[in-house]
Write a protein that binds this ligand. Structure first.
Ligand SMILES: [Zn+2]
Length: 310
């Protein structure tokens, strides 16, 4: 990196930091997501996503005096995002599309709630309140039957899914074969922007191995879920593949979805999201060729899909 490019990078960071300050976000670390949310931006430009995930810029980064070039960068860098309601390149997207793609911060959404330690294996997992309430009721009923249901994964953001996807993408030993690489990953992992975990309605329970659910405690839990989960609104999107479900991810006995919400999310997704919206990660160019939306987003157990007037 040349000195000049370092200066440019610094100026961009300073511009972001100054804007952050102007929005009275005192005491908080700056993440591009927060800026986006504050202005109701649509983060269509990856440049707004600070690389490195958790890398942020503290207020100390704010320079006391603004250089003229910094002000220019503020205007050049951020103004286009504020214009036209925050939409820059993808005028067809709106806030709900944004959420469908996982481009939001669950902890900052009023309709989301953190999963209590009693029901999850780690902190900082979030679900839509309705889905969570239904899960708690189901878990308590299961407990009465001697079955423990523990959430291993709940809402995942686009950024989180991108990390998972790109880790697998970069483990692939061959340079070429992009489509084959994507299809292999898609067996058990959704593309960023195409995961039901973005919606706050879907959870992984107890184990990420089908084998766990085929004997002992796991079989007991799965047998119970197959009968009772629907009483609480939950269904299994990724059942065994066959005539009824010829396409999509492989069977996942651990993945359950709160259908009263996720059916609506799916309908909305299919109406609003196209393969053009699946971008900003390695291998995204394969999405349309593979027909990720038609085969994977829609390739679910029929019980979990219902055409609704929306
Ligand atoms: Zn899952």
């Amino acid at each position: 990196m040349t000195v000049q490019s370092l200066i440019v990078f610094y100026e961009l960071c300073a511009a972001v930091a100054v804007c952050n300050h102007a929005m009275n976000m005192a005491g908080q670390e700056l993440y591009a997501d927060k800026i986006i949310k504050k202005f109701h931006f649509r983060p269509r430009l990856e440049v707004l996503w600070i690389p490195g995930g958790d890398m942020g810029f503290s207020r100390n980064f704010i320079t006391p005096q603004l250089s003229r070039s910094t002000i220019i960068y503020i205007l050049l860098f951020l103004w286009p995002h504020m214009a036209h309601g925050g939409e820059m390149n993808t005028e067809h997207l709106d806030i709900s599309s944004h959420c469908l793609l996982g481009k939001f911060i669950p902890s900052e959404q009023i309709e989301f709630i953190e999963v209590d330690a009693a029901y999850g294996n780690k902190a900082k997992m979030y679900l839509h309140k309705q889905a969570y309430g239904a899960f708690v009721a189901m878990a308590e009923e299961a407990r009465n039957a001697g079955i423990v249901l523990t959430i291993l994964s709940a809402t995942r953001t686009f950024r989180h899914q991108k990390e998972i996807w790109e880790t697998k993408w970069n483990e692939w030993p061959f340079e070429e074969e992009h489509e084959k690489r994507a299809l292999t990953i898609l067996q058990y992992t959704s593309m960023p922007g195409a995961s039901r975990h973005h919606w706050g309605t879907d959870i992984d329970i107890n184990s990420l191995e089908n084998g766990y659910f085929e004997k002992g405690e796991g079989l007991k839990a799965y047998s119970w879920l197959k009968i009772r989960a629907r009483d609480f609104g939950f269904g299994q999107p990724y059942t065994a593949k066959g005539i009824d479900r010829p396409f999509g991810h492989e069977e996942e006995k651990w993945h359950w979805s709160y259908l009263p919400l996720s059916r609506k999310m799916l309908n909305r997704y299919l109406k609003k999201i196209s393969h053009r919206d699946l971008n900003g990660f390695e291998g995204s160019s394969t999405a349309a060729k593979i027909d990720v939306i038609g085969k994977y987003v829609r390739g679910i157990n029929k019980e979990c899909y219902q055409q609704e007037a929306d």
